[in-house]
Design a protein around this ligand. Structure first.
Ligand SMILES: [Zn+2]
Length: 213
């Protein structure tokens, strides 16, 4: 059913590269290679977050917005590939990723309401790309209550909006280093709040990964 829907969508809205408009791609290889990546770290409260590009970049913004406001899950794979490309440029992160047996990727969840509306969680798809590339396991047991989307809340109220929104349904995280995965980091409120609950369940170290900031 989904394949048929995708086929119909392809006929009505043929794919065009977000960069050069070439038909048949979301982001053609040339535009992917030319994306301006600026991997960097930022600290939000106690959490260090690694991100690889600027949300104001036109192609990145188009991909993320289309991802969030449509039901096209394939674009999230592209976001995962962009994150991987940024990681490969950053030796400190590559060193961290070598300790595979202690690492766990945890995607930032959608609330069950949003998950049902959209049909997929973009952060989980991004995490799967990372998992396949770096052979790090994923644990998708972080859950989120229904809250207003952070994008609809003023920057000052985002911390309050997300407070106590997460719960952990997995096993104890003793001795694991956690990589929390999200598509965009803005105020860091979501990643910080999620990291609090994982610390309670014994996570040794936590770092955030986001595609854009
Ligand atoms: Zn292109």
């Amino acid at each position: 059913m989904k394949k048929l829907l995708n086929l119909i969508l392809d006929i009505i809205f043929p794919l065009h590269c977000f960069g050069c408009q070439r038909e048949g791609f979301w982001l053609c290889e040339k535009c992917f290679q030319e994306l301006p990546l600026q991997p960097s770290f930022e600290r939000f409260e106690k959490l260090l977050v690694f991100s690889v590009c600027d949300y104001e970049n036109i192609q990145i913004k188009k991909i993320i917005k289309t991802c969030k406001f449509s039901s096209i899950s394939e674009l999230s794979n592209t976001l995962g590939k962009i994150l991987i490309k940024g990681i490969l440029k950053f030796p400190e992160i590559l060193d961290l990723l070598k300790e595979k047996n202690q690492l766990l990727l945890i995607p930032i969840p959608l609330s069950s309401k949003r998950q049902t509306e959209r049909g997929f969680n973009q952060s989980l798809i991004i995490a799967r790309e990372l998992s396949a590339h770096f052979q790090i396991p994923i644990c998708d047991q972080l859950k989120k209550e229904n809250r207003l989307p952070q994008s609809k809340v003023s920057v000052e109220k985002r911390g309050q909006n997300i407070q106590d929104a997460f719960s952990w349904q997995g096993a104890n995280l003793n001795n694991y280093q956690i990589i929390l995965v999200d598509d965009v980091v803005t105020t860091g409120a979501t990643l910080s709040e999620a990291s609090k609950i994982l610390k309670k369940y014994g996570a040794k170290k936590i770092i955030g990964f986001a595609v854009a900031r």
